[in-house]
Write a new protein. Structure first.
Length: 273
């Protein structure tokens, strides 16, 4: 549409659409109107029902994780554009009932910064911490070492170093001997200075916030189809939501930094509707 301007059409558009039209932002392909920028080319929406679907899937779904306004903005802009879309996303997140009930204050605490060695490759240095005050996740109980092997080492390989607090699980003879065998260095936070392991604590806080948001009324979550999910069954999807959300410190998703690409999500199917 950039190469064939229609003055009569341009005069009938509201100011935002007219500006985008005059700048050659629109592209018509197979009957679908796209809005393009320097880095993106996404659907241009006018149907309010579809816009509401985009907002729901980009914020409310388990794979989206009820994350912050900024992260929802980053997710939405990958597949759609409409007039005042940033304002709509902000209002949607700020008026989300589950978020208002579950979110905690996130003001920064001042203190001394402790320098942590910078890893040279993914999974070289791993931060670990335990989540407490949650009920057991199902009937099975597994030793820490088995969990770490099944969920991490078998997929990512042996770690060079593990940073953790002084929880008895991380100081046991079995745990210590196992990592001596693996050649993994165990580093512990100083007593009464657990914030040394702040990276793990911050991620756990984010996951706890997501669990609380979905299960604010109990330990179970009922989806839009009335299926009931126990809190632990949500973890794979919430992990995916965390890994595919933009982080303010890096400007990229954890999945992109680790793998060089972002996984395809249920949300992405809306790009072709």
């Amino acid at each position: 549409m950039k190469d064939c301007k229609y003055p009569s059409l341009s005069s009938k558009l509201d100011e935002i659409w007219k500006k985008a039209y005059d700048e050659g932002r629109f592209h018509l392909l197979d009957g679908i109107l796209y809005h393009r920028t320097k880095h993106t080319c996404v659907m241009a929406l006018t149907d309010r029902t579809l816009i509401n679907t985009i907002l729901h899937e980009g914020h409310d779904s388990v794979a989206a994780g009820h994350l912050s306004e900024d992260r929802t903005l980053e997710r939405v802009k990958t597949c759609s554009w409409w007039t005042n879309w940033k304002k709509d996303v902000a209002e949607y997140c700020q008026t989300c009932d589950r978020c208002q009930k579950a979110n905690r204050a996130t003001g920064k605490k001042f203190g001394m910064m402790i320098q942590i060695q910078e890893p040279k490759s993914p999974w070289e240095i791993v931060h670990m911490d335990w989540v407490t005050a949650l009920p057991p996740g199902g009937e099975r109980t597994m030793d820490t070492a088995i969990v770490i092997w099944n969920k991490a080492i078998s997929h990512k390989g042996l770690f060079q170093s593990i940073i953790s607090d002084r929880d008895p699980r991380f100081t046991s003879v079995l745990w210590t001997n196992l990592h001596n065998l693996f050649g993994t260095k165990l580093s512990f936070s100083t007593t009464y200075h657990s914030k040394t392991d702040g990276l793990a604590e911050r991620m756990i806080q984010a996951l706890e916030d997501m669990i609380r948001t979905f299960c604010a009324y109990g330990l179970e979550f009922k989806d839009s189809d009335d299926f009931v999910h126990y809190w632990c069954t949500l973890m794979p999807a919430l992990k995916l939501a965390y890994k595919t959300s933009i982080h303010s410190t890096t400007g990229k998703t954890p999945a992109m930094l680790e793998n060089g690409w972002n996984p395809r999500l249920p949300y992405d199917t809306l790009k072709r509707t």
